[in-house]
Design a binder for this molecule. Sequence first.
Ligand code: 6V0
Length: 315
Amino acid sequence: MATLNERKVAVVGCGFVGSASAFALMESGLFSEMVLIDVNKEKAEGEALDISHGLPFAKPVQIYAGDYKDAEDAAVVVVTAGAGQKPGETRLDLVKKNVGIFKSIIPEIAKYNTEGILLIVANPVDILTYAAAKLSGFPENRVFGSGTVLDTARLKYLLGEHLKIDSRSVHACIIGEHGDSEIAAWSSANVSGIPLNDFCEMRGHFEHEKSMKEIAENVKNSAYKIIEKKGATYYGIAMSVRRICEAIVRDEKSILPVSSIQHGEFGIDDVALSMPAIVGRSGVEGAVPIRLSDGEREALKASADTLKVVLKGVL
Ligand code: 6V0
């Protein structure tokens, strides 16, 4: 078995999401080697060439198209392969198609690479994270999904716009399913330590209930809206992949709402969904207890139940 190369990433699936992620990872300077894998090898080769031509403006990375054997020493394997959402299709509609694809991909990865981290991005990401954990046989801390990292970025962006403040100073997150049953954890939201409602009032906003509802709905419908307009979403998720890889490679112990298998927290068990977690070199290194209102707890439980029903149907 090959020794892991801490500076190597593999991207499986080189469609919109895989290629945008590969581009963001190239620009990040985090890795010195990147292999692109796709069932359509020509596509992977084309992306590898195109992205490599930006290297004189970035830091050196060896980028090439390859096979699963080439991923044997990758510290992180980012899995974006799968069909994308069609207009009007929910993420859960994709489930059967993409679980089928995972049944062929994940054992291939695990055949060559037993020590790396599997970062699942394809949708429905929570179901596929659970499937990948089971199909790979990897310890659960090394198999997790991008989950609601993207939704959380959308929430921070929208709150930043609403409050005319740098979105990086907004501390708020989306938890649960990356999808229709996701929950905005308003009761723990703050701007630079100031409770959200207090900060809103400082900025002249007083209709808290109405604004929170609108913003949460806007976050939830972002993907549908973008897909309707341009057919796919990929830049936001690419930056999310880059951020998660940064936390892993630099062993940052950053707190990110990634999707991982839950074990009894909030009465949720044996299903993957997003909760704030410490992310570092070993992957998901611990859960972060989050303060939730009774309503948020109930919604979280309902989100888990929704996912469990889907899981039952496919695994
Ligand atoms: P796309 O552009 O159709 O790309 C999919 C790629 O996967 C194509 O290049 C295919 O050739 C390849 N592929 C298909 N089957 C296999 C296989 N068996 N082995 C290797 N490669 C294969 O889709 P797009 O890139 O837009 O989306 C990919 C996935 O990401 C979809 O499931 C999306 O729903 C999902 N997204 C997840 C997001 C998240 O936040 N987690 C965000 C956006 C999209």
